[in-house]
Design a protein around this ligand. Structure first.
Ligand code: ARG
Ligand code: ZN
Length: 857
């Protein structure tokens, strides 16, 4: 394992290229045999040695052009052959042990199913290779396995031949004609239920669709398959992009480190993002299935056809593909709730990453363990950067730029600069300044001030990006800022020089001033319509101004955001032991009343900012005080609004479950309202009834979550019923684990320990670990941040065990500890103490090492 820092600036083209790969794989749990034939060419004029990546491989044979060789060296991470000719065929035979692979990188066994995860650097655990994304080869793969236990044998591309061996085993041969980097390689072998369908492309090409799920789970696969067809049609419609093989396969597996993987023609998915029916999946699960299915499908063009030159360019494919899946989801569901969902991710997680020792630009400069850079910054802030381009260029020019991107770079491994240069051809705007978003980390802060004279008002808007752990010096960015101005009565004003065009102000200087001919009065600047840029607005509007913004602003995101700011302001009052005046509650009541039939906006507005979101507007956080203030606000909220919310609850009547937008929105509103009502003892029966009458997972879970905040005994009873009902269904049980882990109770740690011995819990399964340990560390505020440090210690003890089997997941779960900077000194010390314990651990993985050492530096 290497603790070495790799730098973007050090990029060198590969010394050798590999044009074709022929793999013959005999599957066996402890001793899978991988026979590999590589056609290799020297790249350029040099006499460097051949270095192939390889980890945890047992090399049995090695020959060049048919001749066994002895002049080579094998290390922990490489096979080095000092002298080779300019063009040759290299044959290796290795064995590997999928059954012992608990890290879930390379080839591993998931509940008896063989599957692979090669991104970013997993292929080197299957065979010796130049395992980097700028080495593109065609693949021919023959899989051999037992007929009885492994009737299905899959790889990338098209199946071309199959047969039975003398020993009774069988084989299937696959050919993928599209040259691809090794990270897109995949195989799957096992026994499945399969759903088959067909898609006819824009140009009339027939594509076979096959979705593989665990035996007995066929009825949970239809929605994913339908989502895939919607995604295929959407990409043709919106981007003119068509699928390019005869077959597209999706396989659901239970053991998976991340969400899913876009392997060419053979996507492998965490079963959580495939399996869904109304009894077992919530509306949110359905949404996620559709969006992840689309994400992986969209990668076929943004990722596979045009791929990354090196891993520092990861956002080239991820930021762009997340943006595309967000557009798709908005089209399939509704733009507002989608936008708010993404804003929450940015504010809760990405801003927190910027503020931590792990801060990095969307195109990182330094990496120790690549797996640590599949982050909210690279993915979600990356998507925001693409969205800004879309805003700046407009829909048509953006599309023209994308067309140019594919025309130029199809079949190549390229950089973020290449992407920008293609986009540049579609616009007069000079993108040089804009490109700084790729190299600068941190969250820009926007501030506003006003000067009022007898007849005019000047509004000055400034930007400032504070230093981050990775980067001291910042310069101004090119920011498209959604902007409008209103007054307390709801009148709208246009600035005299028309710097604001179509609701957008370009902020490309440290500050800019707008002049308003408005007879000289205080204005309310409404900033960041649609969350037009990933920035923090520091505005400090009064409660009256926030209520006016809600009532009169044009943009629904702004309206929602105004109430979120108002809630934040109220919570601050409680933090400093002040009260919130009745006139504010009245204003709030009127505001909510005015939208009582708009369930979509209403339900978003009824969500109180999470503890994590509140952390973003505070420093030196005293956890107990903030947590208590938030609780107090939640209680006051329902006390003051009980009658109105009761009415809303009863006004929503739904027939039997259907996943469609209107119902999803209504159901969401009803469950959010129930969550509030449940804080009052008099509504216990309502919660019980909601649970008992539910015919779907959304409402069942809604009732459980509501009970979690109000009724200890009821919660306990309902959880017992639910736990018993779903004890054999791990995916459903994950929701139950997570509810347990986020419950506020004095004995939470012993309770977690007990749950770890639940028959369905296993440290080897990332979904279980995330549901129980992850939920606790990320979302159990009072338990995790217990004053005596016991929550931190508990997580650390667990991570020490987990790191030994699955470093990737361990490195994810260490995140809450590495965000110690935002808390007060007492908590900081306790958190750092546990980080130090991790760092001292013998044999710590490079994954956890990178994050912990940065965090303590
Ligand atoms: N490319 C995949 C996606 O975005 C993520 C896979 C990353 N896996 C990993 N182990 N780093 O859908
Ligand atoms: Zn992706």
């Amino acid at each position: 394992m290497s603790m070495q820092v790799k730098r973007r600036a050090d990029y060198q083209p590969p010394a050798f290229l590999i044009s074709s790969v022929e793999l013959t794989i005999h599957l066996h749990p402890q001793s899978t045999r991988v026979h590999s034939v590589l056609k290799i060419q020297r790249n350029g004029n040099h006499d460097q040695e051949l270095v192939l990546d390889g980890e945890q491989l047992n090399l049995l044979e090695l020959s060049i052009d048919g001749q066994t060789i002895t002049n080579y060296e094998v290390t922990d991470s490489a096979l080095v052959i000092p002298s080779v000719s300019n063009e040759f065929t290299l044959t290796t035979v290795c064995t590997i042990s999928p059954a012992d692979n608990k890290a879930l990188e390379g080839l591993y066994l998931s509940n008896g199913v063989y599957c692979t995860q090669c991104e970013a650097e997993g292929f080197r655990r299957i065979t010796y290779f130049i395992d980097r994304p700028d080495v593109l080869a065609t693949y021919q793969v023959t899989l051999h396995g037992e007929r009885k236990t492994l009737p299905t044998l899959l790889s990338n591309g098209n199946p071309v031949d199959e047969g039975i061996n003398a020993d009774g085993t069988h084989w299937v041969k696959w050919v993928d004609p599209h040259p691809k980097p090794s990270y897109l390689f995949a195989i799957v072998a096992g026994e499945f239920d399969v759903l088959k369908d067909e898609y006819i492309t824009l140009n009339g090409k027939r594509v076979a669709l096959e979705l593989y799920v665990d035996k007995g789970k066929r009825d949970r696969g239809q929605f994913a398959l339908d989502s895939l067809k919607r995604a295929m049609a959407w990409d043709e419609q919106e981007y003119g992009l068509e699928y390019d093989l005869d077959i597209y396969m999706v396989v659901a597996v239970d053991f998976f480190n991340m969400g899913a993987m876009e392997n060419k023609g053979l996507n492998i998915f965490n079963s959580k993002f495939v399996l869904a029916n109304p009894e077992t999946a919530t509306d949110e699960d359905f949404f996620n299935v559709e969006s992840v299915i689309a994400h992986e499908y969209f990668h076929n063009w943004t990722g596979n056809r045009v791929t990354c030159r090196d891993w520092f360019q990861l956002s080239l494919k991820e930021g762009l593909t997340v943006f595309r899946d967000q557009q798709f989801s908005a089209d399939m569901t509704s733009p507002l709730s989608n936008r708010i969902k993404h804003v929450r991710v940015i504010r809760e997680h990405q801003f927190a990453e910027d503020a931590s020792a792990m801060s990095h630009p969307i195109r990182p400069d330094e990496v120790i363990e690549m797996n640590n850079f599949y982050t909210v910054t690279v993915y979600d802030k990356g998507a925001e950067v693409i969205r800004m381009l879309h805003t700046l260029l407009g829909k048509e020019r953006f599309r023209a730029g994308m067309d140019e991107y594919f025309n130029r770079y199809d079949g190549q491994a390229v950089t973020c600069d290449d992407f920008l240069s293609a986009m540049q051809t579609a616009t007069d705007l000079d993108l040089a300044h804009f490109s700084r978003w790729y190299s600068q980390s941190g969250t820009p802060e926007i501030t506003v001030s006003q000067k009022v004279s007898a007849d005019k008002t000047w509004v000055t808007i400034s930007q400032y990006t504070p230093p981050t752990a990775d980067q001291q010096d910042k310069s101004e960015l090119f920011i498209p800022l959604g902007f409008s101005c209103i007054d307390l009565n709801g009148r709208h004003y246009q600035d005299c020089e028309q710097k604001v065009l179509e609701g957008v102000l370009i902020l490309d200087q440290p500050e800019t001033t707008l002049t308003f001919d408005n007879g000289g009065q205080e204005l309310i600047p409404v900033m960041l319509a649609g969350f037009s840029a990933p920035v923090r607005i520091k505005q400090g509007l009064s409660s009256e101004a926030l209520l006016a913004t809600f009532l009169y602003a044009q943009d629904d995101f702004n309206r929602w955001d105004a109430l979120q700011q108002l809630y934040d302001w109220c919570i601050t009052q409680y933090e400093i032991n002040q009260s919130v005046e009745d006139k504010i509650w009245e204003g709030l009541r009127d505001a909510l009343e005015s939208e009582k039939n708009n369930y979509e906006l209403l339900s978003e507005c009824l969500v109180i900012p999470s503890f994590e979101t509140l952390c973003q507007t505070r420093t030196n956080i005293h956890v107990e005080t903030l947590h208590a203030a938030r609780e107090q606000f939640a209680r006051e909220f329902i006390t003051k609004l009980e009658n109105e919310l009761k009415d809303v609850y009863h006004s929503i009547q739904l027939d039997s479950y259907q996943y469609n937008q209107q119902d999803v929105i209504a159901r969401r509103c009803k469950n959010v309202v129930l969550g509030h009502l449940a804080r009052l003892t008099q509504h216990e029966d309502l919660v019980k009834e909601h649970f008992n009458q539910s015919d779907n997972m959304t409402d069942s879970l809604g009732a459980l979550k509501a009970a979690q905040h109000g009724h200890r005994e009821l919660f306990k009873t309902l959880m017992e019923t639910y736990g018993e009902q779903w004890k054999n269904d791990p995916l459903v049980l994950d929701k139950w684990f997570s509810l347990h882990a986020t419950t506020e109770r004095a004995d939470i740690l012993s309770h977690l320990t007990l749950l770890q011995s639940h028959p369905q819990f296993s440290i080897d399964n990332p979904n279980r670990v995330r549901a129980l340990i992850g939920s606790f560390a990320f979302y159990n505020t009072s338990g995790f941040h217990a004053l005596d440090g016991s929550g931190y210690q508990y997580l650390t003890d667990y991570l020490l065990k987990l790191d030994d089997c699955n470093p990737q997941v361990a490195a994810r779960l260490v995140t809450p500890l590495t965000q110690w900077q935002r808390f007060d000194q007492h908590h900081q010390e306790q958190m750092r103490r546990q980080l130090a314990r991790l760092l001292e651990h013998d044999g710590l993985s490079s994954d956890v090492f990178e994050k912990v050492s940065k965090s303590l530096a």
